[in-house]
Design a binder for this molecule. Structure first.
Ligand code: DAT
Ligand code: MG
Length: 153
């Protein structure tokens, strides 16, 4: 789908390890357009809503503890097929299985310390970004080099 929007979270472990810039740079380098960015803490309520699909699973409590344990960076990236492009750059859920060259494959070892969240569908992206950003916080803009990133900008 053209012009999808995806929520990316730089999770507490990536923040504590000083990897926020490296995570965001990889997505920026691909040509994805950054349209929202904030440093924040996730509280229990936001964590529960964001991870609602995982409520009841054995790892849910640990997941909420992890995401609320330290500040995070929330980002929204926009682009053609942004969801799959970002998921491919992030790597599979368990870093021990993630391909080298992906964020999780290059920086992580354990599923409970997998550095980054990325929306799994355009619909999830819209639902999730609305939990973290108001409409006014998202910035509509285009780059002067857009035609060198996209054949049909
Ligand atoms: P992803 O973050 O790749 O979209 P997910 O949506 O299935 O993965 O799960 C959300 C998070 O929950 C994931 O980033 C880490 C944690 N998680 C998932 N499966 C897990 C498991 N089997 N054991 C422990 N934590 C898990
Ligand atoms: Mg997910």
């Amino acid at each position: 789908m053209a012009n999808e929007r995806s929520l990316v979270l730089v999770k507490p472990d990536a923040m504590q390890r000083g990897l926020a810039g490296a995570v965001l740079q990889r997505l920026e380098n691909r040509g994805l357009l950054l349209i929202g960015l904030k440093l924040m803490r996730v509280d229990q309520d936001l964590a529960s809503r964001h991870y609602a699909e995982h409520e009841g699973k054995p790892f849910f409590a640990a997941l909420v503890d992890y995401i609320t344990s330290s500040p995070i960076i929330a980002a929204v990236f926009e682009g053609d097929s942004a969801t799959s492009a970002i998921r491919n750059s992030v790597g599979v859920t368990n870093p021990s299985q993630a391909a080298a060259g992906t964020i999780r494959g290059d920086f992580g070892l354990e599923v409970g310390r997998n550095l980054v969240h990325a929306s799994d569908s355009p619909e999830s992206g819209e639902r999730e970004l609305a939990l973290f950003f108001t409409q006014e916080e998202l910035v509509q803009w285009s780059r002067d080099n857009e035609r060198w990133i996209s054949e049909n900008p």
